[in-house]
Design a protein around this ligand. Structure first.
Ligand SMILES: O=c1nc2n(C[C@H](O)[C@H](O)[C@H](O)CO)c3cc(O)ccc3cc-2c(=O)[nH]1
Length: 346
């Protein structure tokens, strides 16, 4: 069975570990989000690609959910001693090797998809990993920073290309800024509302080689419980990908990242609000829409949502959705594949 999975970071990676256990003989292609990418210290860092690669390859730090096991931060400390930031992004010594190899290969002219394939040669994730595009896409977030926030000054020092809105445009206290997603997510911990979430560069991006072919050849397409806005939403923002999925003619089944009106992990509710989507299992399903989704799994605590989702033309089942361990996740994956068979039109 050929399965295509659109994956973001931690949620997507953990789901994939369960999917592999559920269907060990399946041919799984992961289309990875690259909107989280950030350039730091002259290196290109791809958090979502690396989180999937490390998680499936056995190199992930389980407790954090990102970065490498048995990590040290000596290089980061040395950089800080030179006053070179940002200090808020925890790049570990072992993780740096990945970014150095990636940046070296990109500088030699290899596209990100080829680089990702080369890095996966080492990690053997057991799936084919393709970035959503080889072009540069970086998600930025418009926020109003509280007075005194270090980024509120004339320069941000975050090195992430934060823009400055024209003076006088900030209403009331605080300065309106556009900052890199990672600065919003990691430095600010999404503590201020996201007023807009913009995948910069997505409109000009092209699907990476193999993406459209994998979608066209898929028997089933899955949306794991990744962030619907900044992970799966960003992948769908690459022209051609949403259309290819909608026209693939095979079941498209998603698993809600929202359980009991709250995100299971992360801060998806903060960015869902930015796109006007309530933090409920049904609102996320309707956000993707019946033109894209054929089936949607909600957690048993959200069983009251089932009827409304089915009325929206999306087949829905309530099953346990907490990825407490690999076996629980494998059960979720089996439920998603069973729902796909239920909705498959011959
Ligand atoms: O909350 C954090 N997340 C960190 N993340 C997670 C990252 O922000 C998220 O995985 C995604 O970008 C959101 O899905 C890292 C991921 C990497 O691949 C490499 C370094 C980091 C560093 C941090 C960090 O310092 N704090």
């Amino acid at each position: 069975m050929r399965i295509v999975v659109l994956a973001g970071g931690i949620g997507g990676a953990r789901f994939l570990r369960g999917l592999k256990r559920a269907v060990p003989d399946a041919d799984i292609t992961v289309i990875g989000n690259t909107g989280d990418d950030i350039h730091l210290f002259g290196l290109k860092v791809c958090p979502d690609l690396d989180t999937v690669m490390y998680t499936l390859g056995g190199g992930i730090d389980e407790e954090r959910g990102w970065g490498r096991t048995d990590e040290s931060f000596r290089l980061k400390e040395e950089l800080a001693a030179y006053g070179v930031g940002p200090e808020w992004f925890g790049l570990g010594d072992r993780d740096f090797a990945t970014h150095i190899v990636r940046t070296q290969m990109l500088a030699a002219g290899y596209p990100l998809s080829a680089v990702t394939e080369a890095l996966c040669d080492r990690w053997q994730p057991g799936v084919r990993m393709i970035p959503m595009t080889d072009d540069r896409v970086e998600t930025h977030v418009a926020v109003t920073l509280p007075d005194g926030d270090p980024a509120a000054g004339p320069s941000t020092g975050s090195g992430a290309g934060a823009g400055e809105t024209p003076p006088g445009s900030a209403a009331g206290s605080g300065v309106r800024k556009v900052i890199h997603f990672q600065e919003y997510w990691v430095r600010l911990r999404a503590s201020v509302p996201a007023e807009a979430v913009v995948p910069v560069g997505a409109e000009q991006a092209k699907p990476a080689p193999g993406v459209l072919e994998a979608i066209a050849a898929a028997d089933v397409i899955l949306f794991p419980p990744s962030n619907p806005v900044v992970s799966i939403g960003t992948i769908l923002a690459v022209p051609g990908i949403r259309e290819a999925i909608a026209e693939a003619g095979v079941p498209v089944v998603g698993l809600s990242p929202i359980v009991g009106d709250a995100p299971v992990r992360g801060m998806a509710d903060k960015v869902l609000a930015a796109v006007g989507v309530e933090s409920t299992a049904w609102a996320v399903a309707e956000h993707y829409g019946s033109g894209l989704l054929d089936g949607w799994l909600v957690d048993t605590v959200d069983a009251t949502n089932v009827e409304r989702i089915e009325e929206a033309g999306i087949r829905c089942r309530a099953v346990p959705l907490m990825m407490t361990d690999v076996d629980a996740t494998a059960r979720m994956a089996r439920e998603a594949l069973a729902l796909a068979e239920e909705v498959r039109t011959v």
